[in-house]
Write a protein of this length. Structure first.
Lengths: 88, 204
């Protein structure tokens, strides 16, 4: 149980970092839309449009890593069951 | 004699027609116009844009220094990537878009005018109004006149384009936007970048 929790927490931390990095490694707050810029060749102005897209921010990364850290820390609170058959 | 008089009259009309300032409409049918705002506070950087631009500018190609006009930005068109942040931005604590639907700059005169071919650089003196507070400001502008280029953007339409670019800073405290509050997260200084295109139909 202890071991499973520790492995699980490490896996969770890896997944959290991978998802955050894979979705843009946004170092700001979570975004719910992203800018799409298109150049108007006649005027030279970049038109800005907003596309709905979820981009996790650092608070999501922090929350995920904190949760995995808590799971890892929690594993130390689980006592190892001592087998009755074990004479020591 | 009569013919000569008619000729002079026609010439005068033609000259005055060329000299007359054109009115450019900045409600761009293609919707490219935008104002980008940047706030760089010690704890947080905020970037957003507004696209609800309208207004008119009178521009005389023979006298660019006489340019006047008013640019209006719909405050409800201000957008930031985080939806909660956008809600706060639009709320009565910050911009209060319900009560103050427009942000405007009305240019009264141009100073330090320098024109090279179709490009005019100048300092526009006018009134900037945000959240109901008006302030006299001088902002640098770059005006590019694109003769007969409307058709290149809008087929079936003939006319000229006027592109206005500007970059300047304002302080939110000057416009009663939460003065002195949360400056570690929301910078007092706001950097504004305007990229605007207006059009004037031929013969108008």
């Amino acid at each position: 149980m202890k071991k499973a929790l520790r492995i699980g927490s490490i896996l969770l931390a890896i997944i959290v970092v991978a998802v955050w990095a894979g979705m843009g490694a946004n170092r700001g707050w979570t975004k719910h839309s992203v800018e799409v810029r298109t150049l108007d060749e006649v005027t030279g102005i970049e038109a800005i449009e907003h596309k709905k897209q979820f981009v996790p921010g650092i608070e999501m990364l922090g929350a995920g890593l904190l949760f995995s850290l808590l799971l890892f820390g929690g594993s130390f609170l689980i006592r190892t069951k001592i087998s009755k058959n074990n004479p020591t | 004699m009569k013919n000569q008089l008619n000729y002079i009259l026609a010439l005068g009309l033609a000259v005055s027609a060329f000299a007359a300032p054109q009115t450019f409409d900045f409600k761009d049918p293609k919707g490219v116009n935008n104002v980008v705002f940047n706030l760089d506070a010690p704890l947080e950087a905020i970037t957003g844009s507004a696209s609800g631009v309208s207004g008119t500018v009178q521009f005389d190609v023979a006298n660019p220094g006489a340019t006047k006009g008013k640019i209006v930005v719909a405050s409800s068109s201000m957008h930031v990537g985080n939806s909660m942040m956008k809600e706060h931005l639009h709320s009565d604590k910050w911009i209060d878009v319900a009560k103050y639907p427009e942000i405007t700059f009305e240019a009264k005169e141009l100073k330090n005018v320098k024109t090279e071919k179709d490009v005019t650089s100048a300092d526009a003196v006018g009134t900037f109004t945000l959240k109901g507070v008006s302030k006299e400001m001088t902002i640098p502008v770059k005006i590019t006149y694109l003769k007969d280029k409307l058709g290149a953007r809008m087929p079936n339409m003939k006319g000229d384009l006027l592109v206005i670019r500007s970059n300047f800073k304002i302080k939110r405290s000057d416009f009663n936007i939460m003065p002195g509050q949360a400056e570690d997260k929301v910078s007092n200084e706001i950097d504004l970048t305007l990229s605007l295109a207006g059009y004037a139909l031929a013969g108008k």
